[in-house]
Design a protein around this ligand. Structure first.
Ligand code: FMN
Length: 218
């Protein structure tokens, strides 16, 4: 077996593609849809979730946290994801609705950053998505007080079994504190790895309802 490189020695030569203003869509949502499609088409395997994105949130006094969530909807209103409103992210978003998202598609040597303001989606939208999930995921969402300390895995599993019995003859009720958020973007940045660390970075910023596209130094 070869010797693994140290962290300092790990280095990738990016050379797959370039990104030019002339090839970018006027609307960044459209550009993101193109890149999501390409990430899916060239996915290295079923295990790779192209719609996984890091979500960064913070408290008003500056404590920052991030975690992965799944993109479940995308249109000109913004990027939608679903979660527990009483979770740590939910509590932070209630106090400070500004957030950032990050996609990384290593197989395409691409990153997309998005920042903006988050609002809760309409209850009907959450209900429609909740109903589309497998029953086990619905029950899991009800059973888990996300981000709260729990005594053991057994406690969680016992709660799940209780709920299975309670809901056996009915739809699983959508919990009051579970639903979607929509991040309305103010900034998008599309990053394509290039040789010699001269990566392409193209940034869209919204001013007076018009998207401006600029190149940023790598
Ligand atoms: C691939 C992947 C996808 C995930 N998708 C979601 C999601 O869509 N919604 C969600 O609430 N948590 C999702 N999680 C779990 C979150 O990363 C996190 O553990 C959870 O939301 C609690 O975060 P919080 O305590 O910061 O609120 C996902 C985790 C991974 C690794």
């Amino acid at each position: 077996m070869g010797v693994s490189p140290s962290l300092a020695e790990m280095r990738r030569h990016y050379q797959q593609d370039g990104l030019h203003k002339r090839d970018c869509a006027a609307c960044p949502t459209e550009q993101l849809k193109r890149w999501l499609h390409e990430a899916q088409e060239c996915s290295p395997g079923d295990w790779f979730e192209v719609n996984a994105m890091s979500l960064a949130t913070s408290t008003p006094d500056g404590d920052v946290t991030s975690r992965v969530v799944l993109l479940k909807g995308l249109d000109t209103d913004g990027l939608r994801f679903f979660t527990n409103y009483s979770s740590e992210k939910g509590r932070q978003l209630a106090e400070n609705p500004r957030a950032a998202l990050n996609f990384f598609w290593p197989h395409l040597e691409r990153q997309v950053r998005v920042a903006g303001s988050v609002t809760k989606v309409a209850r009907e939208v959450s209900l429609e998505y909740f109903r589309s999930r497998p029953r086990g995921s619905q029950l899991g969402a009800v059973a888990s007080a996300q981000s709260q300390v729990v005594a053991s895995r057994e406690v969680l599993e016992a709660r799940l079994h209780e709920l299975e019995a309670e809901c056996s003859a009915q739809d699983v009720p959508l919990p009051d504190d579970w639903g979607g958020y929509c991040l309305a973007p103010a900034v998008f940045e599309f990053w394509q790895g290039r040789p010699d660390r001269l990566h392409d970075r193209l940034r869209y910023t919204l001013a007076d309802d018009v998207w401006r596209l600029e190149r940023v130094s790598p």
